[in-house]
Design a protein around this ligand. Structure first.
Ligand code: SF4
Ligand code: SF4
Ligand code: SF4
Length: 530
């Protein structure tokens, strides 16, 4: 039985002609290996990273992009784009533990049939030597924890009947305020009417940033973000999906990580001066920053992995040599908030099994979404972690307040972008401000909207990005410019990504430019012992 699945995305022009020339001169030795499944495409440049990764998510053992030689592409830059996408996908596959050699790119002229045949035979040999992929395509697996709530149950869980129709949620919602025809009150009203097919449900439910401002304002205590999360899950169960940004790349990435046999290699390039102790009782949980940096390196040039390295450096500074675990998977935040609760639970269970086998007493994380997910959502869904979860701001404030440390003077004037997932949990909103006060800055000024009026960076869970997301980012960056600051401190890797995205705008981007630095990096760069 043929157990391998090898996908060849084959360009319609040069390579397809090469294939035809092989078929025209039929000879048994020139047969295409049976493992190869050919997908004929107009140009390799059209096959995005999302499509390449999708093939692996669906169980491909190997994928090759086969196009025209550089300079012969009918569309100009197709081959160059394919090279970039191949490089990025190979690097992502390496972090995922699948190995970069499962993805190849090749180019052929129309008369290079024999070279084409040689390539596919070699590629098949290479994939056979790597064995079949450990990724198991998503089949519906019955999970103990998955509740299948009806709309009536969701309404009752969040007490939507208590809604007074006062509109305070809408008048505080950043999306409504930026001009989007969007109203949480209308969504609540449509749900109460049981009208799951209305525009307010089918379209708007996916737009909400789940930022939490409306929950803070609601006199009836309607937990709108969690209510929206459950409605999304219900819609997904009924086959109605929202728009996944970036072609669904990040959702594919997360779903790929739900395969239990996958051994990820998340931590592969830690600087030599960082000290790690695999027997430590403290675990550092990093999150998906390394994947983000690869995906966005060509367009945004972000370096969010630096947040993780600076976090480790700070832990070492305070004499903690933490454990890390290579098999760390995405915490599942974005799957949960985009309505894919089943895959969230698979990820959560895999992470919990690994962490609970490590004899860990405390997890420290520097990603707000990981913090919220591990500390609130895992227990909320019955996934038990046998340890304390600490956000790194709390750890730092605690240690800095007790130890003899100082900060180098800075000539920078700073402002601060609140992270939604920290803003509404306990006192996590105050901690970064306590830390900022300790830095020796030339000046610090809050953004016009900060604390409990802070505005989200424009997108959550990689869904529903549109012109209003951009407008929110522009608003935020204009507010930063109004403070006269040179640097905007952030606390979430995604704030850096989304705000950098607005700065790429060819028309107004230059007017919005400001340096984005994570608070952890600002501390790591200036702290010293007295
Ligand atoms: S703020 Fe609360 S009570 Fe008022 S309309 Fe919104 S959900 Fe209803
Ligand atoms: S969670 Fe945020 S974006 Fe969603 S409705 Fe509430 S205020 Fe608006
Ligand atoms: S704002 Fe930019 S980076 Fe964020 S989801 Fe939209 S396009 Fe992507």
């Amino acid at each position: 039985m043929n157990e391998y699945k090898i996908i060849l995305f084959l360009c319609n022009w040069g390579p397809h002609t090469a294939l035809q020339s092989l078929q025209d001169t039929y000879d048994e030795k020139k047969n295409i290996p049976v493992e190869i499944k050919i997908v004929r495409i107009p140009c390799t440049g059209r096959i995005s990273k999302a499509l390449l990764l999708k093939a692996f998510e669906m169980g491909a053992d190997g994928v090759a992009l086969v196009g025209c030689k550089s300079g012969t592409c009918r569309y100009g830059r197709g081959t160059v784009t394919a090279e970039d996408n191949t490089r990025d996908t190979r690097d992502i596959l390496e972090l995922l533990g699948l190995g970069k050699d499962r993805m190849q790119q090749a180019t052929f002229l129309p008369d290079e049939g024999d070279a084409f045949l040689k390539f596919i035979n070699n590629f098949c040999d290479q994939i056979r030597s790597l064995c079949t992929s450990p990724v198991i395509p998503d089949k519906k697996i019955e999970l103990e924890h998955v509740e299948k709530k009806s709309i009536e149950e969701i309404i009752s869980t969040y007490d939507i009947y208590a809604c007074q129709d006062c509109g305070k949620c809408t008048s505080a919602c950043p999306l409504a305020l930026i001009g989007k025809p969007f109203s949480p009150r209308t969504i609540a009203g449509s749900i109460l009417k049981g009208d799951l097919e209305s525009d307010a449900i089918i379209n708007d439910v996916w737009s909400c940033l789940t930022c939490g401002i409306c929950y803070d304002r609601c006199p009836s205590n309607v937990n709108f973000p969690e209510f929206i999360r459950d409605v999304r899950h219900l819609l997904k169960q009924n086959g109605k999906n929202g728009h996944e940004n970036h072609g669904g790349f990040f959702h594919s990435l997360m779903r790929t990580m739900t395969s239990s046999k996958l051994e990820t290699k998340r931590w592969h390039d830690i600087p030599e001066d960082i000290k790690i102790d695999h027997d430590s009782k403290t675990l550092f949980f990093g999150g998906c920053a390394p994947f983000f940096d690869i995906f966005f390196r060509k367009f945004l040039g972000v370096n969010t992995n630096k947040i993780l390295i600076d976090s480790l450096r700070l832990l070492n500074f305070f004499d903690i040599q933490p454990a890390i675990f290579n098999d760390e998977r995405c915490c599942g935040h974005d799957l949960l908030w985009s309505g894919d609760r089943d895959n969230f639970l698979k990820l959560a269970q895999l992470n919990a099994n690994s962490i609970n086998s490590l004899n860990i007493e405390e997890i420290i994380t520097s990603c707000p979404e990981c913090y919220r997910t591990l500390s609130h959502d895992y227990p909320g869904y019955g996934i038990k972690l046998n340890c304390k979860i600490t956000y790194i701001h709390e750890f730092l404030e605690n240690r800095i307040s007790k130890e003899a440390v100082k900060f180098k003077k800075s000539n920078k004037r700073l402002t601060y972008q609140d992270a939604c997932r920290l803003n509404w949990i306990d006192d996590q909103r105050d901690l970064p401000r306590k830390l900022i006060k300790r830095l020796k800055l030339a000046g610090f000024q809050e953004l016009q909207n900060h604390g409990n009026t802070a505005i989200c960076c424009g997108n959550c869970a990689w869904i529903g990005c549109d012109s209003y997301s951009k407008a929110l980012q522009v608003k935020r960056l204009r507010q930063a410019s109004d403070t006269g600051s040179n640097v905007m401190l952030t606390s979430c890797p995604k704030c850096q990504i989304h705000l950098s995205c607005a700065m790429e705008d060819p028309f107004i981007g230059d007017k919005l430019k400001i340096k984005l630095v994570d608070l952890i990096s600002a501390i790591a760069g200036t702290i010293y012992r007295e």
